[in-house]
Design a protein around this ligand. Structure first.
Ligand code: SAH
Length: 351
């Protein structure tokens, strides 16, 4: 069966008009699904009962339920573990900023990318999320908290560019005036660097922010921590980013997680400055979050500040990321992993 919530307005229109329904019906249904976040056809009160029954026999509506919820006492950040229709889990985080609420959404159940410092990859890859499941994370959080989310970052579990078509449909859906109507300028996609997909995204010429998880100034360090670099090395990645910035006129962001004695030396900062020189970009420096199995140690605050200074002195725009939700394990991947581990333990103790 098709997930009706994953259909863009164009696709929904086409399917319904092929079935002989007028265009305003598609708009009404789209409105229910995306503006109201409806999870049942029965709630669509301006649609006739026979049509609701017909829809329910042809389609299902994807959704996600709250399995666990944590609220930070420090800054109000909320983290959810969501359960999907098939019992899989993903995570989302809601952060409050001066300009409104931002959600960090997951794009896949697990991740194939294998970055050595990242919790999302530890529990393995299960499947892609549908466009509707990505959007449901917003709806469920909005309803639960009674808020309206204005910004989206695709920095939860998964690699968004490894689920390209569904992510593009999700962007189309949340951007639709008939739906949540969230501006592309308020959306960020983060990638570990799947170069051909960066070019595919560039062709769409969207006004979103592209963020690259760079985390290293050269191939030697990057290939050790991020397997994707063996396929698409730093130079190819940076070339793609430069072309992306030129074509879309949007500043590219780089995430750089500082790990003690791995990528945080003065020489690394200088090499990174040379790598990014002259590029329309911004570097976000992040202290690595400790993940139990990974044994990475955070750089000291002093060292991170020194690293930032070197970049700035060399003309690179850089900031140190403020940490939110540090008391609730807010970085993604941890809850699903713990949950999965719990299930494995439970199952093995049953046997
Ligand atoms: N797969 C995409 C989206 C995930 S975004 C990507 O790689 O960009 C999640 C961000 O958090 C990425 O920048 C990732 O590299 C970073 N990250 C993962 N584990 C981390 C950790 N333990 N500490 C700090 N940042 C981490």
């Amino acid at each position: 069966m098709t997930d009706i919530k994953s259909l863009t307005i164009q696709k929904l229109n086409k399917i319904l008009s092929d079935a002989g329904l007028p265009k305003f019906r598609a708009n009404q249904i789209f409105n229910w699904l995306h503006k109201s976040g409806c999870t049942s056809f029965d709630d669509m009160t301006n649609i006739s009962k026979p049509l609701r029954e017909k829809l329910a026999s042809d389609f299902y509506i994807s959704s996600c339920e709250i399995e666990e919820k944590y609220v930070s006492k420090l800054d109000g950040t909320v983290k959810y573990l969501f359960r999907l229709c098939d019992g899989e889990y993903v995570e989302s985080v809601i952060m409050k900023y001066k300009y409104g609420y931002t959600i960090c959404v997951s794009s896949q159940v697990g991740c194939k990318m294998g970055c050595t410092f990242c919790a999302s990859t530890l529990a393995g890859f299960k499947r892609n999320l549908t466009a509707g499941e990505i959007e449901s994370q917003l709806h469920t959080a909005q309803k639960d908290l009674g808020i309206r989310i204005s910004n989206i970052v695709m920095m939860g579990i998964g690699e968004p560019l490894d689920n390209f078509e569904n992510v593009i449909d999700f962007l189309d859906i949340v951007n639709s005036p008939e739906g949540l109507n969230i501006s592309m300028r308020n959306i960020t996609i983060s990638t570990c660097g799947i170069v051909p997909k960066i070019y595919d995204l560039m062709e769409r010429d969207l006004q979103l922010t592209l963020t690259i998880s760079l985390h290293a100034p050269n191939d030697e360090i990057r290939s050790r921590t991020m397997p994707i670099n063996r396929r698409y090395p730093v130079e190819e990645l940076i070339t793609a980013c430069k072309k992306y910035a030129q074509k879309t006129n949007r500043r590219v962001s780089f995430e750089y997680t500082l790990i003690k004695d791995v990528n945080d030396s003065k020489a690394d900062a200088l090499e990174l400055s040379r790598l990014l020189k002259g590029m329309l970009c911004h570097v976000n420096l992040i202290p690595v979050n400790n993940v139990e199995e990974c044994a990475n140690i955070q750089s000291s605050r002093e060292n991170i500040e020194k690293f930032a200074d070197i970049l700035k002195k060399n003309g690179i725009n850089a900031t140190i990321r403020r940490t939110l939700g540090s008391d609730i394990n807010a970085s993604c991947g941890q809850l699903r992993r713990i949950k999965k581990r719990g299930e494995i333990d439970e199952n093995s103790s049953k046997n």
